[in-house]
Design a protein around this ligand. Structure first.
Ligand code: HEM
Ligand code: HEM
Length: 191
């Protein structure tokens, strides 16, 4: 299997951006969780003699989360561009692959996982952009909220793929497919 330089750049940018997107989700659900931070704010403000309601504390906690979450949107735009770029690369034949039918059962499984990931990335980009531009698109808040539930559901596919993929290529590197990782890292020297 041989990859073009464009494909290699695509892979590593894609890897960085997806890890970044997962990072923003991690922060949103842990250190910058507005529910937990609202409780902290409520308690700490009370200690210095300021009483606020839980609703007010939630507004503050969401304001603290906001600048971090903007990165989800920036990285999201970058992902949407990379998805388009991957379609261009497909038509350029940037990854020379063996015919699916001739692959071993294991390799068929690996390839299928990539197809599931590509479909998921496409779905995440569309739903993410639709949520971000719901007002412009004339989509109600309720529908945008339902789309968010689907976006969050498919997020799990990506969450499972990433560690499985990284562990998989490391195992392959150490067993039957020596050089599989360096092949994706090296730039071809022009003669
Ligand atoms: C950071 C550690 C990573 C390493 C060492 C790595 C390594 C590799 C290698 C060696 C391949 C070729 C495997 C093969 O021939 O079947 C590959 C393919 C691929 N990787 Fe990664 N990867 C990493 C992270 C990621 C991440 C975070 C993503 C995105 C979720 C990703 C998405 C993909 C995709 C979609 C392919 C298949 C490309 C294709 O054949 O169409 N990789 N990776
Ligand atoms: C691999 C790609 C992505 C992953 C794993 C991902 C993950 C998530 C998750 C888990 C949530 C729900 C957060 C929560 O409510 O706790 C979310 C929300 C959201 N995502 Fe993504 N996302 C991805 C791509 C995108 C893209 C491409 C965009 C488009 C710019 C985007 C825009 C949004 C928006 C607007 C929300 C709603 C935030 C809110 O309700 O305040 N996401 N994302």
């Amino acid at each position: 299997m041989k990859y073009s330089s464009g494909f290699k750049i695509w892979h590593w940018l894609n890897a960085i951006i997806i890890l970044g997107l997962l990072g923003t989700v991690f922060l949103r659900k842990t250190f910058l969780s507005y529910r937990e931070n609202a409780e902290i704010l409520l308690q700490k403000l009370a200690e210095i003699g300021v009483t606020v309601t839980l609703e007010q504390a939630k507004v503050l906690a969401k304001a603290i989360r906001e600048p971090m979450w903007e990165w989800h949107i920036y990285l999201g735009y970058a992902l949407a561009f990379l998805v388009i770029y991957r379609i261009v690369l497909y038509f350029q034949g940037a990854a020379k692959k063996e015919k699916f039918a001739t692959l071993s059962l294991h390799k068929k499984g690996v390839e299928s996982l990539y197809y599931i990931l590509y479909a998921s990335l496409f779905f995440m980009s569309i739903t993410g952009l639709v949520m971000e531009f719901h007002e412009l698109l004339g989509i109600s808040k309720e529908l945008s909220h339902d789309i968010k539930e689907l976006h969050e559901l498919v997020f799990n596919v990506i969450l499972v793929f990433v560690p499985l993929h990284i562990a998989g290529v490391i195992i392959a590197e150490n067993r039957e497919d020596k050089g599989i990782i360096s092949e994706l890292l090296h730039c071809e020297k022009k003669e």
